[in-house]
Design a protein around this ligand. Structure first.
Ligand SMILES: *Cc1c(COP(=O)(O)O)cnc(C)c1O
Length: 220
């Protein structure tokens, strides 16, 4: 696996408006440093403990994205440094992120995770629920969160039509809800697409892709 080559190959293909999150979960620091030395700075992890350990060991100009499902009692460990939390799927979590943001005197960027897959295994809220949250008075009181957009994961399937349908639904949801621009709600990001489906996601309007195995090789 030549990480630098993989990275350059993928970056060359991405349109300029698409941000690449290199998903380094389960991979050692040496692998991350290989991507770092090739100029990459944005990395995604799905476990708070692992991300915190990596944050402590690695250069401080790395932007760490939490892409996994988060428990509210773990927010405090990443609040001092996390750059974007992708998987916010309930109001309770936003409340805790706001609390920990205040403690650290920093505004924490979040994406609302929308359930777009038919599979039951995927997390996320309905588009209606997201609309309710964005329109709520409770959100207005959260001065230490900034909702930057939405995240979604498509069904794991070879059926491109299905995947396209799900990604298009997230784009439509984004287009409908982006009118909710408020001081702590600046909707710009649509995080969708992984190694197997990022090209479809970009065709459907993604502007942030989360790619792991195509850069770092398959995981155990
Ligand atoms: C692991 C993971 C990815 C990256 O998956 P690959 O198929 O390795 O590219 C993207 N998003 C989330 C939420 C993940 O957990």
């Amino acid at each position: 696996m030549n990480i630098q080559e993989n990275l350059e190959h993928i970056k060359a293909e991405l349109p300029d408006n698409v941000t690449l999150v290199a998903v380094s979960k389960t991979k050692p620091n040496e692998d991350i440093m290989e991507a770092y030395n090739a100029g990459h700075r944005i990395f995604g992890e799905n476990k708070v403990q692992e991300m915190t350990d990596k944050y402590e060991a690695l250069p401080k100009d790395i932007e760490w994205h939490m892409i996994g499902h988060v428990q509210s009692n773990k927010i405090k460990y990443m609040a001092p440094f996390v750059s974007l939390i992708h998987g916010v799927d309930r109001m309770k979590l936003l409340k805790e992120i706001n609390k920990q943001g205040e403690k650290n005197d920093r505004v924490i960027n979040c994406l609302l995770q929308i359930k777009i897959a038919e599979e039951d295994s995927k997390f996320g809220m309905t588009a209606e629920k997201a609309g309710e949250i964005l329109n709520s008075d409770a959100l207005a009181a959260f001065k230490f969160v900034n909702i930057r957009g939405f995240m979604g994961m498509a069904t794991f399937t070879d059926d491109e039509t299905q995947v396209k349908k799900e990604f298009s639904f997230l784009k439509t949801t984004f287009d409908k809800l982006k009118r909710y621009q408020r001081p702590n709600c600046n909707l710009e990001i649509i995080s969708m697409g992984m190694s197997g489906d990022y090209k479809i996601a970009i065709d459907c309007g993604s502007n942030m892709v989360r790619i792991g195995s195509s850069i770092f090789g398959s995981r155990e």
